[in-house]
Design a protein around this ligand. Structure first.
Ligand SMILES: Nc1nc2c(c(CN[C@H]3C=C[C@H](O)[C@@H]3O)cn2[C@@H]2O[C@H](COP(=O)(O)O)[C@@H](O)[C@H]2O)c(=O)[nH]1
Length: 346
C-alpha cells in the first residue's frame, strides 16, 4: 500500500534523487563503487557515441507507434500504466509470449504486441473509454489467457485488470477520456506531469518507507514522460523543458546492466538470496536498496559524463541505453540474478 505521500516541497524527480542518495548512503547490502562508475562511464561514452544513441531510434522499434500524434499519446499512457512485473520463474520456452507478424515477444514487449494485436482486431485498448469498463473476459481475450497455445497467463493479470479500471475511470471522469487533456494542463513541464500522474493515479504512486523515512521512486510516472519525450523527439507533446531532471527508472532489468558494468555491487548475503530465490516483497529493504542504488548509480554516471564534457546525455538516455543493452545481451546477463517482486509500480 502506498505510504502517506512525501511532502510536495520539491519537484518529484528531485524527491526521487534525494531518496536515492539518502538510501544509497545508508545501504548495507548494495553499493555504487566509484571504480565501477568510472568504468561504466567510459564504456557508455564509447558505445553511445558509436551507436549515435538518441531519441530518434524510439519509433524505429516495430511495436512502437510510427507517428507522433494524439493516438501515440494515448498508446504510451496505456502501455506505461501496465508497464510492470513481467518477470517469471519459468524457462524461456514456457513464458508468456505474443507472436505478431511472425515475431515472438516476451516480457515488456509482449504487452506492446498484445495491445497492438487487439487494436488490429478492433479492440482499441488505448482508448480509456474502452479500458475503463473492459470485462475480465474481454481482457482475457486481449492476452489470450484461455488459448491452449499460450504457455503461461500474462503475469499479474488481475492487477492489470484493476489498473485499467482505476486509470480509465479517472481519465473518463476528469479528462474527457484522454490523457492528452491531462498533458495539456501541464504546459510542457515533465515535473508537472509526474506530479499530476502520481497525484491522480494510486498505481503510479511508487512511494515506500525506508528506515522510517518516506522515499519516492516514481518509476512508471517518469518513464511515461520519457517515452512521450522520445516518441515526439523533444517536440510538440514531448517538448519538456525540464526532461533533464528525470531520473533513471527503477525497474529490475537495468540493475543487471549496471552490475555487469561494475556500477552496482551486492553483499554476499544478498547475492546468495538473489541466486537461490530472488523473491522480495514490495518495500523490502533489499528491494528498496537495489532500486535506489540503481537510480543513484545512473546519476553518478550522468555527472561523470557531464564532467567529461558529454553535456547532452541525460539520465533518460543512459537508462534507455542500459535497458536496451540488458535486453540485447541477455546471454551475458543471465549469470547476474534479479530481484523478483510482484509490484504494480515497476
Ligand atoms: N529502466 C527501464 N525499465 C524499463 C524500460 C522498458 C521499456 N522501455 C523502452 C521500450 C520502448 C522504448 O524504446 C523504451 O526505451 C521497460 N522497463 C521495465 O523493464 C522490466 C521489463 O523487463 P523484461 O521483463 O526483461 O521485459 C519491467 O520492470 C518494465 O517496467 C526502460 O526503458 N527502462
Amino acid at each position: 500500500m502506498p505510504v502517506a505521500s512525501t511532502p510536495r516541497t520539491t519537484t518529484p524527480s528531485k524527491r526521487v534523487l534525494d531518496s536515492a542518495q539518502f538510501i544509497s548512503r545508508r545501504s548495507h547490502d548494495v553499493s555504487v563503487p566509484t571504480k565501477g562508475i568510472l568504468h561504466a562511464t567510459k564504456e557508455i561514452q564509447h558505445r553511445m557515441k558509436q551507436s549515435n544513441y538518441s531519441t530518434s531510434s524510439w519509433k524505429s522499434h516495430p511495436l512502437n507507434p510510427k507517428t507522433a500524434d494524439s493516438s501515440a499519446i494515448e498508446w504510451i499512457f496505456l502501455i506505461d500504466a501496465l508497464n510492470f512485473s513481467f518477470w517469471t520463474s519459468r524457462p524461456t520456452n514456457e513464458q508468456y509470449a505474443v507472436t505478431l507478424d511472425e515475431k515472438t515477444y516476451r516480457g515488456y514487449w509482449s504487452l506492446c504486441a498484445a495491445v497492438n494485436r487487439a487494436q488490429r482486431e478492433g479492440v482499441d485498448l488505448a482508448d480509456a473509454r474502452v479500458y475503463a469498463r473492459i470485462s475480465e473476459d474481454e481482457l482475457r481475450q486481449v492476452f489470450r489467457t484461455d488459448d491452449p497455445q499460450v504457455q503461461e497467463e500474462i503475469p499479474m493479470f488481475q492487477e492489470r485488470l484493476h489498473v485499467l479500471h482505476e486509470v480509465g475511470r479517472v481519465l473518463v471522469d476528469k479528462y474527457q477520456g484522454r490523457f492528452a487533456n491531462l498533458l495539456k494542463e501541464c504546459h510542457g513541464s515533465a515535473q508537472a506531469v509526474v506530479e499530476r500522474v502520481v497525484g491522480e493515479f494510486p498505481c503510479f504512486r511508487d512511494e515506500h518507507l525506508y528506515r522510517g523515512k518516506s522515499v519516492a521512486m516514481y518509476k512508471r510516472a517518469q518513464i511515461l514522460v520519457a517515452d512521450l519525450w522520445a516518441c515526439f523527439e523533444g517536440c510538440g507533446a514531448g517538448a519538456f523543458k525540464d526532461i533533464d531532471q528525470v531520473t533513471m527508472f527503477a525497474d529490475y532489468r537495468v540493475p543487471q546492466a549496471l552490475y555487469h558494468f561494475g556500477a552496482l555491487r551486492y553483499s554476499p548475503r544478498l547475492m546468495k538470496h538473489l541466486r537461490e530465490d530472488g523473491k522480495l516483497p514490495s518495500g523490502h529493504p533489499w528491494e528498496v536498496e537495489i532500486r535506489a542504488n540503481s537510480i543513484w548509480a545512473v546519476e553518478c554516471i550522468r555527472r561523470q559524463l557531464q564532467a567529461d564534457g558529454c553535456k547532452d546525455i541525460n539520465a533518460v538516455l543512459i537508462d534507455f541505453y542500459m535497458w536496451d543493452y540488458a535486453k540485447d545481451n541477455a546471454e551475458a546477463m543471465q549469470d547476474i540474478p534479479i530481484h523478483l517482486t510482484r509490484s504494480v509500480f515497476y
